[in-house]
Ligand binder design. Sequence first.
Ligand code: ADP
Length: 395
Amino acid sequence: MSATDPDSPPTSPRPFVVGIIGGGQLARMMYPAAIRLGLQVRLLAEGPDVSAAQVVGDVTVGDYTDAETVQAFAARCDVITFDHEHVPTEILRSLEQAGTAVRPGPDALVHAQDKAVMRERLTAMGAPVPSWQVVADEQALIAFGDAHGWPLIAKTSRGGYDGKGVWKLDSAAQAAEPFANLTPGVRIVAEEFVPFVRELSALVVRSPSGQAAAYPVSESVQRDGICVETTTPAPGLTEKQAVGAQKLALQIAHELGVVGVLAVELMQREDGSVVVNELAMRPHNTGHWSIDGAVTSQFENHLRAVVDLPLGDPRAREPWTVMGNILGGDEPDLPSALLHCFARDRDLRVELYGKQVRPGRKVGHVNAYGEELASVRRRARHAAGYLMGDPAERG
Ligand code: ADP
């Protein structure tokens, strides 16, 4: 191909080779957005068959905790972003020193990696958080419980996910549990138990130029520590509460210097007030509704932020969008189960992640949207339940 060949790719001074670390479904769903934007994607995946490695053309299989592997991968990219938050901070700093942009950068990302660091920073900036304390041992945990009341929540500072590494302790008799089998370097954070009535997610995107966009606030339902359903916008949230949650998320994104998607998980009390549970700095499960329900999906906006393009409109297209996660259940053959779902509901949107069905594993999601919440919810629940092989929906 010569430079004058009309089929030559255009040359551009912008950083258009995006390296994604982690090959899960989030990387997989970034890919169609990258294609639309004409970005070149390289993937550092955990294995040759993981969800995103099945679709991305340029895949390196390697260990994201190995500095040399990540450095060699990043040397072939203009900018690095993530499917997950587990790449060690020191490795990310070495990439920046070598001149590769890392978005979000290590100084922001540490707040999504370490719950003690996150609690400290949010407290310092005046964001609403539960009472909390890093506790060195069982005695300190008991003292925290005696001061703040039982039950309490204990969490590992690092390495927890989907409810693993979180304990609800009813009394001092259980205080030894979190300290058993503790990985060196991981701390235990004690937190006041928040009697929340529901969980909300305020999702925002921020670009390196400082432009930001806030999605409508979602309600999320968790079962056994895993998100099973979201409703957007969160039903019954007043305008003031919604704007308050969006402003809080924008403030956190700004103060932490986040680039890309920031999901702020909130717990809402009966009186309507909220406290921050945790932060995620990557496209988030509570933003999957936006693929079909918003003008610009969280995946496209994440990538626009990563390459510093103006962000797209985050507004909802329809009054209600309900997302239902498909968790591995009794139905091993998801593509065949689609026949029923699509025949019944032509407006239903489904995304399957190409993952082996295993009990409780996130293998896909459905989106239903429309004008009437009860019917939108019913459609999403039926489809997600049917695809999981739920007998109640198989009737
Ligand atoms: P993970 O990192 O595994 O998602 P989280 O910190 O989000 O862990 O906690 C998992 C769940 O535990 C939350 O979704 C919430 O339901 C509950 N939880 C966490 N912190 C508290 C708290 N302080 N009070 C009451 N429930 C909590």
